[in-house]
Design a protein around this ligand. Structure first.
Ligand SMILES: Cc1ncc(COP(=O)(O)O)c(C=O)c1O
Length: 380
């Protein structure tokens, strides 16, 4: 059976050579714009491409403001700071995510609380979130949500749209609103994915995208903060650019800021990639349809977009019978030139986060044992 899978993927990609999991595609104006950036001498964090990429992402995602950053992790870090996360706080997130989500919480000296994902979405479960908040929290006199066990304020919640598939973000936002918890949406993987017709990343107070080399579009390394809140947007710009106060001569900085700006060189690449994004999404959705039809008759389940959503199918994945089958599938495919990878080890099982509070994580554990990512480069 595994041989069938390898044969099918090699046929799809029309190659018997080694196939990486997700390669970028540069088929448009990438070289032209990067060369223009070099010729202009504006290669660093100021330049027309940074501004242009910000405008393109704001328009595409339907958010009023977009602020470019050096990567998705720094965007998350700043997103959490924008909503006031600090050492006195806890932040709810899912254990089934890339390390950056939990790391960004730690950069704020806050602690993650891990709540399970839904079986249908692989993203944070609104029902388990509600159960946790009902059982373990109380609102104080200034309307903060207090964890009854640790006595800390639960300030923010970071749901993540796994592999590009939207979670039930509207329900999550309305539960969080009830508890005065700010939602910072980790949409690093889901540029081009919609939930109930609205772009992921635009539901929370702040949303975050990544343009890492393995994402649906890339700037080499880069990220974006999106928000509809003018004040948060200008604060994001300020603290990602060393918190420098405008002055014709002097270097004056009014707080500890960060050098988290995207470079104009990277943004030039990003602008060219954004021009290709509609095509990339179309091709990813076609590829997913092919996978879906192929896996229908096999003893493994191809993960499809959840109800009410339109996914960018950034990273394709299958569910195997159990961990043993998962491991033999991983070995066979990688030994035969098809790069596949298992899903992340759960955050609560990592040394740094092993003491964090968790809800019931049975769905996350189920996925951890079974999910494997398969070839997902755009076929053009
Ligand atoms: C879910 C998630 N969050 C955050 C990030 C961080 O983005 P970056 O690699 O650009 O720092 C990534 C991807 O890399 C991711 O997959």
């Amino acid at each position: 059976m595994y041989k069938n899978v390898v044969d099918f993927i090699q046929e799809l990609y029309n190659t018997k050579e080694f196939l990486p999991l997700h390669e970028p595609r540069f088929i448009g104006n990438e070289k032209k714009y990067v060369n223009e950036a070099i010729d202009s001498t504006f290669v660093s964090s100021v330049g027309k491409y940074v501004t242009q990429l910000e405008a393109m992402i704001a328009e595409f995602s339907g958010c009023k403001y977009a602020i470019a950053t050096s990567n998705g992790t720094s965007a998350l870090h700043i997103g959490l700071k924008l909503v006031g996360v600090d050492k006195s706080c806890e932040v709810i997130t899912q254990p089934l995510t890339f390390i950056a989500t939990a790391n960004a919480i730690s950069y704020c000296n806050a602690k993650p609380v891990f709540i399970d994902v839904d079986k249908e979405t692989l993203g944070l479960s609104p029902s388990k979130l509600k159960e946790f908040l009902e059982e373990f929290t109380v609102m104080n006199e200034v309307n903060e949500c207090i964890n009854k066990i640790t006595k800390k304020t639960i300030k923010a919640c970071v749901p993540m749209h796994t592999f590009g598939h939207p979670c039930k973000i509207d329900e999550i936002v309305s539960i969080c609103d009830e508890y005065n918890i700010s939602v910072v949406e980790d949409a690093a993987e889901s540029l081009g994915s919609y939930y109930k017709g609205k772009h992921t990343g635009s539901f929370g107070k702040v949303g975050v995208f990544s343009f890492n080399g393995n994402k649906i579009i890339t700037t080499g390394g880069g990220g974006m903060i999106v928000t509809d809140d003018k004040e948060l947007a200008s604060r994001a710009k300020h603290i990602t650019t060393t918190a420098k106060v405008p002055d014709p001569y002097e270097y004056v900085h009014d707080e500890i800021g960060y050098n988290y700006r995207l470079t104009n060189l990277s943004a030039a690449l990003g602008v060219a990639q954004m021009e290709q994004l509609p095509l990339f999404i179309e091709k990813q959705r076609e590829l997913a349809k092919e996978y879906e039809a192929f896996f229908k008759d096999l003893d493994m389940q191809f993960i499809t977009e959840p109800e009410n959503s339109n996914s960018n199918y950034w990273l394709n994945a299958v569910i195997l019978k159990d961990r043993k089958t998962r491991d033999s599938f991983l070995k066979y495919t990688n030994d035969n030139g098809i790069m596949t990878r298992c899903i992340w080890r759960l955050m609560n099982k990592l040394e740094m986060f092993k003491d964090c509070q968790c809800g019931d994580l049975s769905n996350s554990e189920w996925f951890e044992d079974r999910v494997v990512n398969i070839s997902s480069s755009v076929i053009v």
